[in-house]
Write a protein that binds this ligand. Structure first.
Ligand SMILES: NC(=O)C1=CN([C@@H]2O[C@H](COP(=O)(O)OP(=O)(O)OC[C@H]3O[C@@H](n4cnc5c(N)ncnc54)[C@H](O)[C@@H]3O)[C@@H](O)[C@H]2O)[C@@H](O)CC1
Ligand SMILES: [K+]
Length: 549
């Protein structure tokens, strides 16, 4: 797992490294940061030697990193044109130290400094330099940026974007691309185009990933992201933050998908009860069930309203379908027969294609109020439960809710814009109030643990998955994974489901293309993704065969 830090958490980490017990000199940390960018970008740009490079240095410590970078790339054979946006005396001590080293190199043709005052001539020369150079290093603003870009940074960003879009200019961002809020991924100038963020090809970030690099729209500005520890003491790199957030990695998923016991039987791998559907949405119920089957469920029972059953029976032989009651949708009276059998189930999933009838709400509440096994709630079950915070938060069972943005808006009472402004904060607050594990589906999907409040961000998935039915598959997958033999923690099951679902979507995109792969194809790709993980990772997910041929 990779930590996803805020600017405040980074400031604290930097402060502890420098002024706490570790006592690293500020100029050394900055040296390491600048050196890391020069080193890591070297391969990306195919070597600094012989290249003309514009390094734009802002007034803060991000600019100080730029001074270090200029020295290193000059030593590697580049010619560095350094544009300095602050006055020497405005800089921090460590930045001034690195600036004076650069100033001492001024006689050397490899490093040319310009204190940028914004005269007409300076703008003209900057434009010409950007047009004729091969690489630009963005050391304007890092974690200190907030709000909308001010001049002259705003126009410099516009100029770089314009020239990079037109030609062969590679943009390397230092820590965070200028104009991206490192906490929320919000970008400058959402309303005024001329004030927008910098679009980098590569970002080298320091100490920990920043949330703004994985949340949209910031993520689209960052390009290829590399993380460098810049010599931070190891305990600081791994120590949990106060409100932790993490980016999921494949190795985290392997911990959930442990090997199947060789003597296991279908009962060991979970009995999944999918209770959902209504007459005009039988497909959603079937897709949820198929998601469970393809995730390795031992047994999958599908319970649908009686009039939906004819559309489901016989469609997929491994799914055991039964119609409940007599109607087109579930009503409270139907709950008795489901409650009778669900004592034997490992998990219940409800919601896909269930419809929003008031009588169905009473049904959902009756099922939730009785029994102990975990429940996965999606789609219409969520729509029906909007406004039922007190009921849900008082339930004595583990609940996973998997809303997309619009469903989450209905549930939380926040507008979509309010959620997008700071999705981490909205998701964490919701979990605190509703006492459920939350899977907030989107780009990217966030998982928030009911137990700890920790946030996990999923890196897999693609825009080809933005179509009806994908969420239904995910519901079945999470249900099946939570019922595995290893009985993973409910949040781990949600994370594994989300990660595998996205990875299966990525496999479909590679094989079929970005348009037109189906939810069923994504489910069908899941076993292959697990097999690939088994082959590529050190952790075996399946037992070695007893007879080798
Ligand atoms: N010791 C440390 O704290 C270290 C910091 N490092 C670098 O320092 C950066 C953080 O430094 P700072 O806290 O000085 O912050 P920045 O350098 O990111 O930005 C601070 C400057 O940005 C200006 N600013 C803020 N919002 C603006 C806007 N909307 N338009 C125009 N200007 C705006 C402020 O007035 C201030 O001058 C990190 O991103 C990283 O690159 C690294 O050198 C590693 C060590
Ligand atoms: K930057």
């Amino acid at each position: 797992m990779q930590k996803l830090n805020t600017a405040a958490q980074m400031r604290q980490m930097d402060y502890t490294a420098m002024h706490g017990k570790y006592g690293i000199q500020p100029a050394v940390l900055m040296e390491n940061a600048g050196h890391a960018v020069a080193e890591r970008a070297d391969e990306y740009i195919h070597g600094w030697a012989g290249k003309d490079v514009v390094v734009v240095c802002g007034k803060g410590n991000n600019g100080g990193d730029g001074f270090v970078i200029a020295r290193h790339i000059a030593a590697a054979g580049a010619r560095a044109y350094v544009y300095i946006l602050g006055q020497a005396e405005e800089y921090s001590d460590e930045s001034q130290q690195h600036l004076s080293t650069l100033q001492a190199m001024e006689d050397d043709e490899s490093c040319l400094l310009t204190y940028f005052g914004g005269t007409e001539r300076e703008w003209r020369v900057l434009r010409q330099r950007l047009q004729s150079c091969q690489v630009v290093v963005d050391a304007m603003l890092g974690t200190g940026f907030h709000g909308n870009l001010r001049e002259p940074v705003s126009s410099i960003v516009g100029l770089i974007n314009e020239i990079a879009a037109a030609g062969a200019l590679t943009v390397i961002a230092v820590d965070v691309p200028t104009g991206v809020n490192s906490d929320t991924g919000a970008v400058s100038g959402s309303d005024e185009e001329e004030n927008g963020p910098l679009f980098a090809d590569m970002t080298v970030t320091f100490g920990a990933l920043k949330r703004g690099l994985v949340l949209y729209p910031g993520r689209t500005c960052a390009g290829h992201v590399e993380l460098d520890a810049i010599g931070m003491p190891a305990p600081l790199l791994v120590q949990p933050e106060e409100k932790p957030a993490y980016l999921l990695q494949e190795s985290d998923i392997a911990e959930v998908l442990v090997p199947r016991s060789p003597d296991s039987h279908k009962g060991s791998h979970g009995t999944i009860g999918i209770v959902t559907g209504c007459s005009d949405m039988a497909g959603a119920a079937l897709m949820a069930a198929h998601g469970a089957v393809r995730s390795g469920a031992g047994k999958v029972f599908l319970r649908v309203p009686a009039q939906t059953a004819p559309y489901c029976i016989g469609r997929q032989p491994e799914i055991m379908v039964r119609g409940v009651g007599q109607g087109e949708y579930f009503t409270e009276a139907d709950a008795v027969s489901v409650l009778d059998e669900c004592a034997a189930w490992s998990v219940i999933a409800m919601g896909p294609g269930m419809g929003r009838h008031e009588e169905t709400k009473a049904f959902v509440k009756a099922i939730l109020a009785h029994g102990e096994c975990p429940v996965v709630l999606d789609a219409d079950a969520l729509n029906l439960l909007a406004g039922e915070k007190d009921f849900v938060s008082s339930l004595d069972r583990q609940v996973i809710m998997t809303p997309h943005l619009a469903e989450f808006s209905r549930l939380s009472g926040l507008s979509v814009a309010e959620i997008q402004e700071d999705p981490f904060a909205a998701a964490v607050q919701f979990v605190k109030e509703w006492r459920v594990t939350l899977v907030l589906k989107g780009a990217p999907t966030l998982v928030v643990s009911a137990k700890t409040g920790n946030v996990y961000v999923n890196p897999t998935g693609n825009a080809g998955m933005a179509c009806g039915g994908m969420g239904d598959i995910l519901t079945g997958m999470i249900a099946a994974i939570s019922a595995r033999e290893s009985r993973p923690d409910i949040c781990s099951a949600a994370c594994a489901g989300v990660y595998l679902h996205g990875a299966a979507g990525d496999a479909c995109r590679r094989q079929i293309g970005s348009y037109g792969f189906t939810p069923m194809e994504v489910a069908d790709a899941v076993p292959g993704v697990i097999r690939r993980m088994e082959e590529e990772m050190a952790v075996p997910l399946l037992q070695a065969p007893m007879i080798l041929d």
